[in-house]
Ligand binder design. Sequence first.
Ligand code: PEP
Ligand code: CO
Length: 457
Amino acid sequence: MGSNPWTPDSWRAKNASQQPIWPDLVELERVHKYLTAVPPLVFAGEARSLTKALGAASQGKAFVLQAGDCAESFSDFSADSIRDKLKVILQMAVVLTYSSGVPVVKIGRIAGQFAKPRSLPTEEVDGATIEAFRGFIVNDEAPTAKARQPDPSRMITAYNQSASTLNLLRAFTKGGFADLAQVHTWNQLFVASSKEGRRYESIADEIDRALRFMRACGIDITTEESLHEVDFFTSHEALILPYEEALTRKDSLTDQYYDCSAHMLWCGERTRQLDGAHIEFLSGIKNPIGCKIGPNITSDELLSLCELLDPDRTPGRLTLISRMGASKIADVLPRLVKTTQDSGHPVLWVCDPMHGNTFLADNGRKTRHFDDIISEVDSFFSIHRKLGSWPGGIHIELTGVDVTECLGGTEEVLQDHLDLRYETACDPRLNAKQSLDLAFEVANLLRKGIRRTEVAR
Ligand code: PEP
Ligand code: CO
């Protein structure tokens, strides 16, 4: 924070990286004004509940599953795709909870995950230089100069799409779909026939049996809310600051500012400059905040980030999302975890095993290998265990359908398969089977650690 007091627009005095150059500033102003008046998407009280849940996770009492698209799309927008994503997240949560006995905090990269930071601002297409695709909230993915022109009115479309996505998520999670009695219906046909799908079915059978047992014992399970409803939170990268500023509102109960575009916002690896606009903005809103941490961060930088983003040391306020890459994590993460331990900051560590493991396949497609993803998660757990720190969660890019974007998995996706169903608007996502497979691996790691601490007691 600078010497001036924080306001929702105090970021404007700082350097904001990764912002599009909006060609029409009058239109930008009109859109901004419109968005300052629309209803909030989430309520401050919900964001506070998430901070509390993340606080429990930071103390080793819960595990975070943060998952969803790399970039939500304006074109692939339907009830089915939202439902299928939710299904796989609920399945993963069941696997994790059932196998480890640890409560799972469920957060979607959804209902607002539209903006993408890019390594280069432009790209070459057929000899012409055009602007890079920055996510549907900014421009269109088609490789033409016209489609790539930043258009502020897309922020309104993003808001509207977020509102209807959130509306459906609320209906699904509170209106019967997420009822534990539905645990079988989350297993989609194409998943059910796979090895992971069958493994999931046997857990679902056991849950059925447990519910029948409770009923037979005379327990009235109809009144037990937690068996029928799920708390599901939303999150996205707070990248396009005029949008985030416009949705920031003062909570009438506490007089504090919350960014009501999502429950949780995170700062990307490319925008976390200590003196930059993104950190300035995030430092003043009271939502739980995430910050991506890549392999080049120094211990001093990390400490300064903790001070700026969580000066009051509130458990659950700050989640550090480590995204090192399978080959680097062992060299870098232990020092960083020790730094936070020594400082006493009550941070929650979550592992993003996706973004440090991206490479170009022979056919030029961006991909990731399932084995690298597992390897990074595995190292993340063992580093934390060794240091007596809690491996607090995973942050994953996935989709509910049967895409072929990441390599590997038990029904192995090979380089030759990448062109079959490569549908992502940005980074390669795990398909539903690979996601479930990962959940089983993580459940195993969680269970092992818990057994170990139980034995030590
Ligand atoms: C992302 O989460 O999609 C992303 C771009 O991550 P990072 O900031 O870690 O590169
Ligand atoms: Co991504």
